[in-house]
Ligand binder design. Sequence first.
Ligand SMILES: [Zn+2]
Ligand SMILES: [Zn+2]
Length: 276
Amino acid sequence: MIIKPTDNGREIPWIDDWLRPVVRLHQSPGTPARADSHSGGPMLWPSDEPWPHCDGSSHGTGYDLTAEQVELVRGRSTPFTGAMQLYRRDFPELPFPDGTDLLQVFLCLLEHEEIYGPDVHLVWRAAGEVTDPLAEPPLPEVVDPVYAIWPCVFTPCRSHEYPMHYEIPHELLYELEFAQAPDFRGGPVECWPGHGDSTKIGGWTRWYRGMPGGETCPDCGALRVQMLALASSENECPACDRPEGKAGWRLDGRDDTVNVFACPKDPRHALWVDIQ
Ligand SMILES: [Zn+2]
Ligand SMILES: [Zn+2]
C-alpha cells in the first residue's frame, strides 16, 4: 500500500501534485536474450560499432582492489559492462529520442572519483538497425569485486510515488506543523514515509546520504530529473507487495543505489549520477 505523507496525521492539500509515476522493475534471475528487456544479459550491439569505453580519467583507488590493480586501471580506458536493456515496447514511459526504441545502460564497474562508484553510460538506439550483432563484447581487465551483475528478467510494476520531504521547497515545507516543531532539524519524520530500495524507472530519489542539489543540466540549464535507479537490494514493494528480495546486481561500494538523473529536454545531454 502506498502511504501518503501527512502533516502529523492531517491531510496535506497539495501533496498529490507531487506524485510521480514509477515503474519498479522487480528483477529475477533468468536467461534473457539480446531481443529482450533485461539486466545483466547480452546487449544488442552492432559488430561494426566500437564498444563503449570509460576513459578512466576519474578511476579512484577502489574498494577492494590490490595496489597493482589500482595502477592498472588508473587513467586507463576500460570497456563498459552491459547492465540493462529497456525496449520501448516494454517501457514506453522512458523519454526515447525520435527514431530510437532501445535504451542500453552500461556501467564501468570501478570506483570513480566524485561519484564514489560505477560510472554510467547510456545509449539510445534503433534496435532494427542492428543487423549483425556483436557476439563477444570486450571484458574489463579489472572489476572491483564489490560490484557484480548477473542476468535477470523483469516483472514490471507500475505505480506512483511521493517524494521524500527533502524535495519539497522550504516555503511549502515550513508551512507544515511538523516542520515548525522546535525539534525538527530537517531529518526523517514519522508522518512522512521514507523510500524503500528498488530498481526503477522514474519516481523520486531515495535520499540517504546526500540531499537534492546539483541537478542543473550543463548543456541547457534545465533541472535534471531522476530517470533510473539501480538498487543493490529490494525492499517489499509498496505497490504489489512483492516481498523483500535480492536485486540483480551488487553495486555496494560506499552506498548501494546508483541514481541516474537525465535532462528533460534531451536525455542525451550530460547525465548526473548520484549514488545513495
Ligand atoms: Zn570507469
Ligand atoms: Zn539539458
